[in-house]
Design a binder for this molecule. Sequence first.
Ligand SMILES: *Cc1c(COP(=O)(O)O)cnc(C)c1O
Length: 397
Amino acid sequence: MAAPGRSGADFGFDRVLKGLADQGLSRRPETVQRRDGARITLDGRSLVNFCSNDYLGLSTHPRLVAALREAAGRWGIGSTASPLVCGRSEVHAELERVLAAFTGRARVLLFPSGYQANLAVLTALAGGRSDTIVMDRLCHASLIDGALLSRGRLRRFAHTDPDVLAQRLTRGSGGVCLAVTESVFSMDGDLAPLSEYARLCREAGACLFVDDAHGFGVLGAGGGGALEELQLDQAQVPLLMATFGKALGAAGAFVAGDEVLLETLLQRGRPHIYSTAPPPALAAAVLEALQLVREETWRRQHLGALIDRFRAGVQDRGLPLLASATPIQPLLLGGARHAVSASEALQRQGYFAAAIRPPTVPEGGSRLRITITAAHEEQDVDGLLNALERILAAAKP
Ligand SMILES: *Cc1c(COP(=O)(O)O)cnc(C)c1O
């Protein structure tokens, strides 16, 4: 007879899965068969993709591909160890130098992913029991997880509200007070009032940490992100994180700041110390992507024009979208099931936008997170607007 208690179901996880399914919260990774500009092929059907973070359309750029190939020929694939053992190459060092100059920061540290970068900052720089982390309520899971993993005290503040932020900042508690926000919020597309935060944090002696995952490459005349756009220097925003997996079309992330903060992150950031360095060829591709961010300014102009066109179309048709000036344009639907059926209806019309549900967004905040990129054409945007109008009319009682 088989011993009891050996399978996932015996451990009770079948009930966990059924619970998720009953609430419309099961997730299923789609398998993409082909990617071609803004189009993806799913289940043999070509769809216009309106939920990628490839804001500048760089992920398939021939120059990125060539840079990766060339560097792989020279360096191979794996970086063979943690950066602190023997995994850091000249290409990584060059990428750190170029990023420091590009962001106007003294020093940069690379990470295999933004998730790890955020865990590292929160645990290495606010890891003591007397430290305080003050964080916007809608911050990304990687920031929340970093706060949970650190020993600092977590205090959340109302979304993008500088008055509540000011109340939460601790003065003279003995420890570090780290104020944490995204620049462009990943699920809402709205912007934090960073200049005001910078002023409040300086007054309170708090260290402001900005996650610019969705601003880097997109905002600022030169694509330097939210801090370039607002001209916030290292003294005003001591810590900056941005990823390479979004507008830069690659993968990985970096943190930038002054010598002492970055040296502390290097010495104490466990997600950096205990993880294999990203492939050197990937660093080479990111260097090429940064070059393209600077050279091909038409990508930001085209993206801006498409966002304006989409917003004008939303107004003309009276569609209930949240007001956002960024590539992230959420259509709030409320219930998880409602969002799933809207996503399926849109897919039948030839457009792909995944349903975003709790815990990624708050309960009752399920939505289609529509993202516009420089790989889209005007007719893609017009077609999406027509499709949204049709599915919303059909969903009316
Ligand atoms: C995507 C994202 C991250 C994580 O970056 P990865 O490189 O994908 O791990 C962190 N913060 C925000 C706001 C993000 O949107």
